[in-house]
Design a protein around this ligand. Sequence first.
Ligand code: HPA
Length: 275
Amino acid sequence: MGLYENAHEAMSWLTSKVPSQPEVALILGSGLGALADELTDRVVLDYKDIPHFPVSGVEGHAGKLVCGNLAGRYVVVMQGRVHYYEGWTPEEVTFPVRVLGLWGIRNILITNAAGGINPDFMPGDLMMIHDHINLMGYNPLRGENDERFGTRFPDMSDAYHHEMRALIVRAARELNLPLKTGVYIGVPGPSYESPAEIRAFATMGADAVGMSTVPETIVANHMGMRVAGISCISNLAAGISKHKLDHEEVKATADLVRETFSSLVRKFVELLDTP
Ligand code: HPA
């Protein structure tokens, strides 16, 4: 079976388990999944039970799809995602977004932990993603285009939709939360970058670096969804930081910002102008 048929099967399975169609999808990155516990009237589904869904082995990624009410709206939360560096294909990495799109979800907030390149950034900062640079080494739309998903050459000039960006800014302002803005550069990983790479990325205009989000954003745009993006700056990128990088620091920072991150996302959901 093809990608469309598989995504359709997963979507049909979800509609049989979940009482109503969510208004917005949230993908929660490394260590940021706790927000899913705040949903009320929850339906919790294991990725492993959803037809064709990829299941991650990375620590800090729960692998659950949680539907429920948050800030007065019915939402679907992806607690964890799979990454290209685990060996999944680009099609598999973006499969969940295909399913959410087929489900009719028009709004998606994609979050991640990222290394700070911009010298003004500190671990613990939250960055609204303004735009991205695709340095993953692939494009998830490569191959024959299925018009049922979208057009062959989708536009990316507003990949992080201007209305969604404005909403994140407004949410932060209403909460009195400091918010950074910047360009996210997506790399394949899993090794962290070299200091020379980080200097190169800075010259290219990147403010933060991470190993996810870009493929999901491309696919969501392909399907006509409005994308919002937030990075949790979990560490300073290589060479900017004085010490070596490790995943423990990424998780520890995500833990520290859990409350502010959750309040920003909650407010964003509350302010969302769903059609
Ligand atoms: N580099 C790449 N990915 C990351 C980083 C980083 O410094 N921090 C969190 N994810």
